[in-house]
Design a protein. Structure first.
Lengths: 108, 116
């Protein structure tokens, strides 16, 4: 049974800092992995979908990497801004499993 | 092309009443997934459906909860005889195919159920 873990559970950084969010999964037989953002009281917004054949996906200041063999994905956020404050969730869609999320606070 | 539509956005029910949550997937998507999110917690998988079929309901509570995705119309998540512990946000997602080779999930905005 696939299990998805995200570390850290919460992270607070000053504005402008580069940061890395981690996601690990136990079953490496995945088709893809998806990162989401969730603002308080809101739904989920898809950030990046990275296919199993890919190593990286980039969108603006966001970069997601995937290492299937080690069961890990990272979400890199460059030059963080207060507007990046949200909970970030990773998911393995084929197994319908989510991590518990990392709550990010970027302080002005 | 409208996204995943969930309604109502907010639903208040008294203990013992029934709650019906609706989800219309994106056009062209035939797979629907329901998730529950308790306050300050992650998303927990409940059920995966295709048209007229329940594919995986391993996350559904054994009693009071049911889901359907009829040939016509939205998917419905039904909670009978609600209790306070059912208060949560319920999210629906859709995808064109399971395994999502290329597509990924698209989520609705959720229904926030409050049981008083």
């Amino acid at each position: 049974k696939q299990e998805v873990t995200q570390i850290p559970a919460a992270l607070s950084v000053p504005e402008g800092e580069n940061l890395v969010l981690n996601c690990s999964f136990t079953d490496s037989a995945i088709y893809n992995l998806q990162w989401f953002r969730q603002d308080p009281g809101k739904g989920l917004t898809s950030l990046l979908l990275i296919q199993s054949s890919q190593r990286e996906q980039t969108s603006g200041r966001l970069n997601a990497s995937l290492d299937k063999s080690s069961g890990r994905s990272t979400l890199y956020i460059a030059a963080s801004q207060p507007g990046d404050s949200a909970t970030y969730l990773c998911a393995v869609p084929n197994d319908m499993r989510f991590g518990a999320g990392t709550r990010l606070t970027v302080k002005p | 092309n409208a996204g995943v539509m969930q309604n109502p956005r907010h639903l208040v029910r008294r203990r013992g009443q029934e709650a019906r949550l609706r989800c219309s997937p994106m056009k062209g998507h035939s797979h629907v997934y329901w998730y529950r999110q308790l306050p300050e917690e992650g998303l927990k998988f409940m059920v995966y459906l295709q048209k007229e079929n329940i594919i995986d309901e391993s996350g559904m509570p054994k009693e009071r909860f049911s889901a359907e995705f009829p040939k016509e119309g939205p998917s419905i998540l039904r909670i009978q005889q609600v209790v306070r512990g059912d208060s949560a946000a319920y999210f629906c997602a859709s995808s064109p195919v399971k395994g999502i080779r290329g597509g990924g999930y698209t989520f609705g905005s959720g229904t926030r159920l409050t049981v008083v």
